[in-house]
Design a protein around this ligand. Structure first.
Ligand SMILES: Cc1cc2nc3c(=O)[nH]c(=O)nc-3n(C[C@H](O)[C@H](O)[C@H](O)COP(=O)(O)O)c2cc1C
Length: 336
């Protein structure tokens, strides 16, 4: 594989979603191998003390690299945590034999450029069960379970724990300072969450049971979120997105990487179906709410990701920045 090819593969990999758009990765290409490393310099010590959500983010980047390689006509082999002495060497992706590019490979690669997190309300149109079933099969194939949160008791418990976690976060100055440091007003920013990608109304006043993360909580006026408008107007339609949970049998770096790979694949399949999604991970940020999620929903294993999915109410949406490939990829001569 030449340098140009690896540059294209890494350009696709870094389109991966990452917690607060921290892009916690570095890549080394050498011959037919691409190493994916965790970049601790971009850690979130308050929100993600164990690095779980950042390793999941790197898992998505691994999967996007696989998709790009397949669409370039190569088999892709992935080894997770290949260096026992270096736990931050998360994966090695090897470009294997030539393969015929299927229509599915091409569509998945194309979806990488279109996917983005959509936090706006979705259209009031349900995601068909057969689509959810297909996503479930995909997750299963990648060693991850997908649980649609459909039972009303489960919905109430999950929505409650999300709002509980959101409330804890809004009153935690360290959390707010860390969040603020990753919020970007410059449209040309290469990392962090652009303010244009987060709805400007207070999520607490939005007619939805599912509270999205409030990225501007730290700068909101205390009274700015009182509902405004005509008190006699009919209440707005309540949002009913499809909410799914992804989880794994264990809770170590291998499990987090598997979770990320499955998340990456699901997001691309959803994009191809015309769906959009946004993660709702507040309740999984904190050990207490994450543990309660396990017990309240009688989960077998560990919840890794909660996603709301639906059909977009606006087209296009907002795309967040990425650091240039040259900042995150370096080349080494192939051994031997
Ligand atoms: C592990 C993980 C957790 C995330 N948690 C949230 C969340 O709680 N709320 C949210 O609005 N976005 C969340 N995101 C989405 C990121 O903010 C988003 O991927 C990033 O800003 C880049 O934007 P993009 O997905 O549009 O490319 C999460 C993403 C990942 C990978």
């Amino acid at each position: 594989m030449d340098e140009q090819r690896w540059t294209e593969v890494v350009a696709a990999a870094i389109r991966a979603p990452s917690i607060h758009n921290t892009q916690p990765w570095r890549f080394t290409a050498s011959g037919d191998r691409l190493e994916v490393h965790y970049d601790r310099g971009r850690a979130l010590p308050v929100l993600d003390r164990t690095g779980r959500q950042q390793v999941i983010s790197c898992g998505v980047a691994v999967e996007f690299a696989v998709v790009a390689l397949c669409a370039a006509g190569f088999e892709a082999e992935v080894e997770l945590l290949p260096s026992p002495a270096d736990a931050d060497h998360l994966a090695t992706v090897r470009a294997g034999a030539a393969r015929e590019v299927s229509a599915e490979d091409a569509a998945s690669a194309e979806a990488i450029g279109r996917r983005h997190t959509d936090r706006a309300p979705f259209l009031p149109r349900a995601v068909p069960d057969e689509v959810v079933d297909r996503l479930q099969t995909t997750a299963d194939r990648l060693g991850v379970w997908l649980k649609p949160i459909t039972e009303s008791e489960e919905q109430v418990a999950t929505a409650f724990l999300i709002s509980r976690a959101e409330e804890m976060e809004r009153s935690d100055p360290e959390y707010l300072a860390e969040l603020q440091s990753w919020l970007r007003t410059d449209p040309a920013a290469v990392d962090g969450v652009p303010v244009v990608a987060v709805p400007d109304e207070d999520p607490a006043t939005r007619p939805s049971n599912w509270l999205i993360r409030d990225f501007v909580a730290g700068s909101r006026e205390p009274h700015a979120f009182l509902p405004a408008g005509d008190p006699d107007a009919p209440p707005p339609a309540v949002e009913r997105p499809t909410v799914v949970m992804l989880g794994t049998e264990s809770d170590d770096r291998t499990a987090w990487l598997l979770g990320g790979r499955a998340l990456g694949r699901l997001l691309l399949e959803a994009t191809i179906e015309g769906l959009v999604a946004s993660p709702l991970t507040q309740a999984l940020d904190w050990p207490a709410t994450r543990t309660r999620m396990r017990t309240r929903l009688s989960l077998v294993g560990y919840p890794q990701m909660l996603l709301r999915m639906g059909y977009p109410s606006t087209q296009g949406g907002s795309h967040s920045g990425r650091r240039p490939v040259s900042d995150v990829l370096h080349f080494e001569p192939a051994a031997g």
